[in-house]
Design a protein around this ligand. Structure first.
Ligand SMILES: *Cc1c(COP(=O)(O)O)cnc(C)c1O
Length: 495
């Protein structure tokens, strides 16, 4: 299987190379040349399998440069009991007969980013061997909280790699900051940037495109790469859990083979919901894909009108991992919906760069209407949904998950669709203690990791092991930089 650039189909490279590169040289996203098809027999074969086996089987359809034994070994490492606090890895929890929740936060950092970032380092590390790379790869990450920690946890002490994470000094939750500055591993670095997430992100982009720095680093034996969701190695592990969820619903008797289910996904960069789309395109019986946004509702408008317009106010919300105005992975969807028309996609992306806005063709609009439904939820709605789930179902959910639950209800109300719907839970409520406590009517006592205890007292829900352990951990990193100093930080890190 080869991978094409969404902006130039004549670019055709192997899976290992695609994972190593992250992004095509022309700025396009690397995308499989064909979408493998699965049938009922394939699904039947997975129903009795463990999550790790399901992952190896599904990923093997795309990663033809890797053997199935390799992929199974990676999956055992990524999703084993030292990493995940449940053997099911990504369990599906019943809320009521037609509503299920896919919990993706049982990994080491308590956010769904672990599902892919426990896998990507292994894919990348093997890709270095397969492509004969002798340099060390340095992953640079700008994070609004979840990605940085999950990436460090995945890359810690992986041979031939280093990782440097930049986060906005006052822009992450107390738990998120504690997670990052206590990270272990000899190859990791963390730096707070005075500024917001955009400042950190622009700094990282600047370093990536600085030929001078790249040359200096190459002389020192380093190449730069990215761990964010533009890398195919991050999308693919996410396709697995949609297929796995379907198998679990079959196994539990909630559905019969062939019956369609809807998925409702809290969305930021469009990676998670894109993975659901690929699962559907592979032949998984999926009805609607419901795209849930917070007050940053650029995708809601897009799905309703076909006009993507980033020229709008950026809102900081209690679901910060979805505070985003440019959803990079949409480009892969447009490539597929346009019939792999690279010229058309390139045109949209150029317009987005120049005017911050583009309008898709009539054909794409129609396909979007058929496959997707978009909605958004404001801050009050998010808090009310957390309270409602706690009272009605005794189910404590985080702020991002609450956005999905809220939009799912809006969808049902608007359409009357009775199809069984799975909404996706992307973080443990313990990552956002202050907002969750306030939502359920408690006054947060403090603003640091002590809130873990308070939330535990009032909810009775077990604190994830790694979060509970944060209290006794030593702070390893204390570096703060102005945004103009980020280049120097990287050069010092890669001596
Ligand atoms: C990253 C993230 C999201 C958004 O996922 P995308 O793939 O960027 O759409 C939602 N919730 C949480 C908790 C996240 O960390």
């Amino acid at each position: 299987m080869k991978y094409l650039s969404t902006r130039d189909k004549s670019v055709r490279i192997g899976a290992a190379e695609a994972v190593k590169m992250g992004l095509s040289r022309d700025g396009g996203l690397l995308t499989p040349e064909a979408i493998p098809q699965i049938d009922e027999d394939f699904l039947k074969g997975l129903v009795g399998a463990r999550y790790q086996e399901r992952a190896a089987k599904v990923m093997g359809l795309y990663l033809t440069d890797y053997t199935e034994e390799e992929l199974l070994a990676f999956a055992e490492n990524a999703y084993g009991p030292e990493k995940f606090d449940t053997a099911a890895v990504a369990p599906v929890r019943e809320v009521d007969k037609s509503t299920y929740c896919l919990e993706l936060w049982h990994g080491p950092t308590s956010a769904f980013k672990d599902m892919a970032l426990q896998m990507l380092p292994q894919l990348l590390s093997a890709a270095l061997g397969k492509t004969g790379e002798d340099k060390t790869v340095c992953i640079l990450v700008a994070t609004s909280g979840d990605t940085g920690k999950a990436a460090m946890e995945g890359f810690a002490d992986v041979p031939q790699t280093k990782i440097m994470v930049f986060y906005p000094k006052n822009g992450v939750s107390a738990v998120q900051e504690a997670q990052m500055v206590t990270q272990e591993g000899a190859n990791v670095g963390v730096c707070a940037v005075v500024g917001n997430f955009d400042d950190a992100q622009s700094g990282v982009k600047r370093i990536f495109s600085d030929v001078e720095i790249r040359r200096t680093l190459l002389e020192r034996g380093y190449i730069l790469s990215s761990a964010n969701s533009i890398n195919w190695g991050r999308i693919l592990p996410q396709v697995v859990y949609y297929i796995s969820a379907y198998c679990d619903l079959l196994r539990g008797g909630a559905i019969t083979m062939g019956e369609k289910v809807n998925f409702c996904v809290p969305t930021g960069n469009f990676g998670d919901i894109l993975a659901a789309y690929y699962a559907k395109r592979m032949g998984l019986p999926v009805g609607k894909l419901i795209c849930a946004s917070n007050r940053n509702d650029v995708l809601t408008d897009f799905l309703r009108t076909g006009v993507y317009d980033r020229n709008r106010t950026f809102h900081t919300t209690m679901s910060p991992s979805m505070d985003i105005l440019v959803s990079s992975n949409l480009e892969r969807l447009l490539f597929d919906l346009s019939g792999e028309n690279d010229t058309e996609v390139k045109g949209y992306m150029e317009k987005l760069g120049k005017e911050g806005r583009y309008e898709v063709s009539g054909a794409i609009k129609e396909a979007l209407r058929e496959q997707y439904w978009g909605g958004f939820c404001d801050e009050a709605g998010t808090a009310a949904t957390i309270a409602e789930y706690q009272q009605k179902y005794g189910y404590l959910i985080d702020t991002h998950t609450a956005v999905a639950a809220n939009v799912m209800e809006q969808y049902r109300h608007a359409t009357g669709d009775k199809t069984l719907t799975v909404f996706v839970s992307t973080a443990s409520p313990y990552k956002f203690c202050n907002h969750v406590l306030s939502a359920i009517g408690e006054t947060p006592r403090g603003d640091g990791v002590e809130l873990l205890d308070q939330l535990h007292e009032v909810s009775g829900v077990t604190v994830p092991r790694r979060l509970a352990a944060l209290k006794g951990k030593v702070r390893r990193f204390d570096l703060t930089a102005e945004k103009t100093e980020m280049e120097q930080v990287v050069l010092d890190f890669l001596r």
